[in-house]
Ligand binder design. Sequence first.
Ligand code: SAM
Length: 575
Amino acid sequence: MILGDIWRVSCEYGEDAIRPLPWYPGNLAWHLNFSRKELRKNQALESFHEFLKHESEVGNITRQEAVSMVPPLFLNVQPDHHILDMCASPGSKTFQLLEMIHQSKEPGLLPGALVMANDLYVQRCDLLIHNTKRMCTANLIVTNHEAQNFPDCSLAKDYSEAYKDTCKPQGLEFDRILCDVPCSGDGTIRKGHEMWRKWNSGMGNQLHLLQVNIAMRGIALLKVGGRMVYSTCSMNPVENEAVVAEVQDRGCWFQTHDDVPHDKKNVVLPSMFTSSNGTEGSHTVRGDVEVNIDDRSSLRNCNIEETSKNNHDMDGLPINTNKKFDCTSNILNSKFPLHRCMRIVPHDQNSGAFFIAVLHKLSPLNGCQIQGTKIQHPLAKGITAQPQKEPESETRLYKTSLTRQQNIVSKVVDSAEVLGRQQNLSMDNQTSNDNSTEVEMVFNGVESSRAESGDSMRLQKQSRWKGVDPVLFFKDEVVIKSIISFFGIKESFPLRGHLVTRSTDNARRIYYVSKSVKNILELNTEVGEQLKIVSLGIKMFVSIKCSKCMMFFTDSRFPSNTQFFFTGIHILLKS
Ligand SMILES: C[S@@+](CC[C@H](N)C(=O)[O-])C[C@H]1O[C@@H](n2cnc3c(N)ncnc32)[C@H](O)[C@@H]1O
């Protein structure tokens, strides 16, 4: 029926109306040439629309801007990778990463991989949980940290050595990191026309240091030999090449996009690859730095010096107009091949814009490289003459600038990302302009005890981590044995040690976690709960007071009103 619909729609609206994106592996991504309104209103599209809604609800489809799907592709994710998504909400890329780790396994068989998805804001974590819940995965942990201060949960001083002996993680280290940082969001300009009015260069200037700090933290958490993708939906070089240049000045890195097969390069997004082959523009060499000065080059969209001469930042604070920011000179003086950074620009394929840089970690960071980021805010440097002699004021300046950055981030999130957020709340019937509906849906998706208390707004105002129960391993042997015998679960099935809950007194919900998540939880317990875990694993059993709940198996023989939750069925069926 759906093929018939697609055929009919193609006849009526032309071949391009619904087509697979040729650059996405496995024909798994499709482009629809309809606005939301058309999908909702057009009678001919009705059953197709219903199909999309249903498949979105059950997690088979995610609606996403095409260019936003590009960064995870460059991570080359394998089914045993530990992956960190540093700034993950609303979670469209997290969803992609989860799809990738589950792809090579049969349904029910869990990969050895793990995705840790993080966001700074509690409400956005809730949105992230809501959007990733459809995946029904036991291999996800959602955390709530400042990405730039993400904990490493390190047990040993040199945990790479210790790891060899114990086979258990001695600290957090990731094979892959997605660093999709908060940005000024001008890449969304085609779909969010407000951006034309709101955007100013101060937004990017204010975010630059935060972006550097987040990227540096990512690099510190990356395994040697691992890969990190830095991305923004901005075209502003201050948030893009300048960040990569700054980061690369501190470590031993190179960038590549060689993972894309040559025959696919022009198909992917032509603008991504024009500057690397040297055929489309002239190149100039400064020392050993190659800077592409063609109008299609990586710096084509913005004159950096002009950018830094803006008089006021977003908060209306004056910016020093005489001083060129260090990030500008970083781009020009960088010893790294910045032309390999990838830019997707709207006018090349009528899409959003994206910036992508792929970084490989070649050696561990030393202390200076890690420390360096926090004292070199370009604004702070302009204001503080002798930072070393005035540590207090330097700290104050740093904190002030961070606060200002966070204000900016909030504003940017409010404007640019509300759009993405609406899009990610599934299909049209759920995308209302009424924010209260949206918030309600988000809170419904909360998995932690904060939501159970029904008092999330109050907790928003408290310091971020108060009021959320720790994650505890569920060890009640009586209940576990009854579960095993009731469901006929084989002893070989890894159940013990894989069940967790949020509270010993009131273990209402029991979650199932993969081995990879279990290992991280054990580590986190040992290091004194450094990770602020908002949600994890898959809800498998729920003890309920009412026996009339839908969605549960109920049976009088089952112990202590514990009910099996359907989301975990694919895992148990394999046992
Ligand atoms: C560009 S969006 C991420 C989009 C997401 N990767 C996706 O594909 O759906 C940036 C996110 O970073 C979060 N954020 C802002 N500042 C942060 C910080 N300091 N640490 C972690 N997350 C932060 C924002 O709440 C926002 O959700």
